[in-house]
Design a protein around this ligand. Structure first.
Ligand SMILES: [Zn+2]
Length: 64
């Protein structure tokens, strides 16, 4: 069952309009933004992990 992410009212799974019929929230972009934010958070976490890993690795010193 699809739910409006903003007002959490139930929407028919066959309700394909991009705006919630109750509160007018933009369903497509609402989810889109959320996903982007999640991706960004994930990417940041990943980046941090990589940095931490790199910090632990004994990197070979470059010879000039
Ligand atoms: Zn709504």
């Amino acid at each position: 069952m699809r739910k409006c992410p903003k007002c959490e009212k139930r929407l028919s799974p066959f309700y394909f309009k991009t705006a919630c019929k109750y509160c007018g929230a933009d369903l497509f972009y609402y989810h889109f933004d959320e996903r982007l934010a999640q991706d960004a958070a994930k990417a940041a976490a990943q980046e941090e992990k990589v940095q931490r890993l790199l910090g632990k690795l004994p990197l070979p010193k470059r010879k000039p």
